[in-house]
Design a protein around this ligand. Structure first.
Ligand code: ADP
Ligand code: MG
Length: 702
């Protein structure tokens, strides 16, 4: 346990961070590394050798015996292969070695990772390359080196490479624009991300008893408990003592890894919680979110919990998301999405704001796709998370600013409004200039945008790759229209361009309640796409527009785009396939066993009553037996249909058609089966079931 007084020292104690580098590296080497980190310049081998030796020394002092190139293949998970530092000598002893070459480049066997057709299976070679912009760290006795992962022929096989490319692209376009606007001291623009992570905790023993949770991460059957989340008594309620101990332990583990965990609280659903870190540079924030998810699970295990990160672990109960707070900040410290005192006059702010609005409107389908997964599809549009329609909430103040832009009139801020609480003992504070809107998928929240669609289990890399690139594109379009102009002319022309953009894209702005049916209708009228599932959105990924955007900005090659297309579809179909098989097995074996055992006891009871009381006895048992029999008959029919359709899906070859079939038919079959299974389960006493019920799982945390 970290003592409160020692926290500032202990924070990041397992990270090879800037402070450690400054202390341990020779000055010129430290400078060279910094140049690489800040400007993305090439790193010479002698520098790498020196850094490697220092890293090794530091890692061994901190208990590491191994090193690993840590990377993020296209599955959205992380991968690692560990090598020890040992190098045997002739005399039977060993020395600990780690060279610059080993630091800079690794060669994992790439054949076990999906490439989506980028590489034939016999071409197993893949490379990992050190990413000096994300600090190395120690975990479980190994030195972890964040790396990018690519094929022998240089195509990206991971999520980090395109993310870094998109950050570069946004920076390049933004710097050009800012120079034109007179901010010539800006050299780089950084994307910043803070990703709030939602999760469920349940008793580990319960988790182990459910095949659906073990194999698919979500419950596939399960009658609702008599109490759900309707009282909303969990949200911001008192955190239970054991959960609190877990959260504390989790914070400490994250802090040691240099992850700035900041906020923790209960969420809306019973047993659901959230953790929010302080924002960081996009690349590091994405790495840290991956680590956070891993540490959450590990610490949960220690506390006898299972941490569920699936987007929809429980039917009828809110699922989990990951809010992606996103902004852009210059190396001179200017947050480009900060409206400042006078937003109507703040040209950089207006340019970036408009670029975001246009980007989100123009590339809504790709943005939607960036958060699509079999899991997240259950959550989006379920009146608990934003709908699958992408719109932007800007709030009242910004709406007035935009109105000013549209009408060419200067906007005057009302200034900060003092809150009057009616009791003089209470401190006075000022009101924020945007209210909160929880139903919008993309909300302006003061000095950043909050993209609320990402699912809880997946990497936020994709969402940010799309966002960065689309915004880079819109900024470059603005730049092209105003380049070469100066001063008043520049200002006037820029405002005119923004005005035009606004009239073209204001259809994407929506400040109302996104959960209503009226909005779905209204959005359709406005021509906004409503892509309900991954297969619906998938074709947009390989559309001319998408290929043009990504190739022009150097984010993906056409081949890389197609490879991701294949992998996403394959992953989607595979997930539902596993779900179908698991569900069939649970119904056929586990639930049926419970039904039969209960029916047996009921029949015995009924016979006894009848022999005692005559034909009139046993009304209750008869009714229960009848109801159970009816449900099992329907269940049996639905099970056969699911079995047959899953067989059909197995025989399909076209990736998109297969995914569509899983979505339209297999998932519908599963819904149908679930209806009957849950009806039967609701009739059976808990003790007849070999797995825990919703009530037990969701309301047992202490
Ligand atoms: P809320 O619940 O209102 O969304 P939280 O405090 O839980 O607020 O989360 C806000 C998140 O936004 C935090 O992770 C915070 O660090 C992040 N954030 C704040 N400023 C920025 C910024 N400029 N860029 C990116 N993220 C930011
Ligand atoms: Mg939030």
């Amino acid at each position: 346990m970290i003592e409160a007084g020692k926290l500032t020292e202990e924070f990041g104690c397992l990270v090879f961070n800037d402070k450690v580098m400054k202390q341990r590296l020779p000055k010129d080497i430290y400078k060279a590394v910094h140049k690489t980190i800040e400007r993305g310049t090439h790193l010479e081998l002698d520098v790498a050798n020196c850094v490697a030796a220092t890293m090794k020394e530091w890692a061994i002092e901190n208990g590491a015996t191994h090193f690993t190139h840590w990377f993020q293949p296209m599955t959205g998970l992380t991968a690692e292969k560990h090598d020890s530092f040992i190098s045997p000598m002739d005399d039977g002893t060993i020395i600990m070695e780690f060279s610059g070459k080993e630091l800079v480049k690794g060669e994992p066997d790439a054949s076990s990772f999906p490439s989506g057709g980028l590489r034939a299976t016999f071409e197993a070679r893949g490379y990992t390359a050190w990413d000096p912009s994300s600090p190395a760290f120690i975990k479980d006795g190994s030195l972890y080196i964040p790396t990018a992962f690519c094929s022998y022929t240089g195509e990206a096989l991971d999520k980090k490479t395109p993310l870094l490319r998109s950050m570069e692209s946004l920076s390049k376009e933004a710097v050009k624009m800012l120079h034109l606007l007179g901010y010539s001291d800006v050299n780089r623009v950084n994307t910043t991300i803070g990703s709030e992570q939602e999760y469920f905790l349940i008793d580990k023993d319960f988790y182990k008893m459910r095949k659906d949770l073990l194999f698919t991460g979500r419950t596939l059957i399960g009658a609702p408990a008599t109490k759900g989340q309707e009282m909303e008594d969990h949200y911001f309620g008192v955190i239970k003592p054991k959960v609190s101990a877990y959260m504390h332990d989790l914070d400490e583990e994250l802090w040691k890894l240099g992850i700035p965990a900041k906020t923790k609280h209960n969420e809306v659903a019973p047993s659901q919680h959230e953790l929010a870190p302080v924002f960081e540079t996009a690349n590091i924030a994405v790495d840290h979110n991956q680590l956070t998810m891993e540490v959450m699970k590990k610490v949960a295990d220690k506390h006898n919990y299972a941490c569920l990160l699936h987007e929809k672990p429980f039917e009828g109960i809110n699922g989990s998301g990951k809010h992606n707070n996103w902004s852009v900040c210059t190396d001179t410290g200017m947050n480009l999405l900060d409206p400042g005192k006078n937003p109507g006059e703040n040209l950089p702010f207006l340019v970036f704001l408009m670029a975001v609005i246009a980007a989100v409107d123009n590339y809504a389908p790709i943005l939607r796709l960036s958060v699509a997964s079999a899991g997240n599809d259950h959550r989006l549009g379920g009146n608990e998370a934003p709908p699958a329609i992408i719109s932007i909430f800007v709030g009242d103040e910004l709406a007035s600013v935009l109105k000013g832009v549209e009408e060419g009139a200067a906007y005057k801020s009302a200034g900060k409004v003092q809150m009057a609480m009616g009791a003089t003992v209470l401190p006075h504070f000022t009101k924020d200039n945007t209210d909160r809107n929880r139903t919008s998928p993309f909300a302006f929240t003061g000095n950043k945008f909050e993209f609320r669609m990402p699912g809880s289990s997946v990497s936020v890399a994709n969402a940010n790759i799309v966002l960065n690139t689309a915004v880079a594109e819109e900024i470059s379009k603005i730049y092209e229209k105003v380049q070469g102009l100066e001063k008043e002319e520049l200002r006037e022309k820029t405002m005119e361009v923004l005005r035009q953009m606004l009239s073209e894209h204001k259809r994407v702005l929506f400040n109302g309640n996104g959960y209503t049916d009226e909005w779905v209708e209204e959005a359709a009228k406005r021509g906004l796409p409503n892509l309900r599932s991954l297969p619906d959105a998938m074709p947009y990924w390989i559309s001319d527009e998408s290929i043009d955007l990504f190739t022009r900005h150097g984010i993906f090659t056409k081949e890389e785009i197609y490879s991701r297309y294949e992998i996403l579809l394959e992953n989607y179909s595979k997930s539902i396939h596993i779900e179908s098989l698991t569900m069939q097995e649970m119904v056929r074996k586990d639930l049926t066993e419970g039904i039969v055992a209960y029916e047996k006891d009921l029949s015995k009871e009924l016979m006894q009553k009848k022999s005692l009381l005559g034909d009139g006895g046993g009304a209750m048992e008869t009714a229960l037996l009848k109801a159970l029999d009816e449900s099992s008959e329907d269940m049996c029919a639905a099970l056969s249909k699911l079995y047959e359709d899953t067989g059909k899906a197995e025989g399909m070859t076209d990736a998109l058609k297969t995914a569509e079939f899983y979505q339209s038919t297999v998932l519908a079959d599963m819904d149908e089966l679930r209806t009957h299974a849950d009806k039967a389960e609701a009739l059976i006493p808990d003790k007849y079931l070999s797995y825990p019920t919703y009530g037990q799982m969701l309301f047992s945390l202490r």
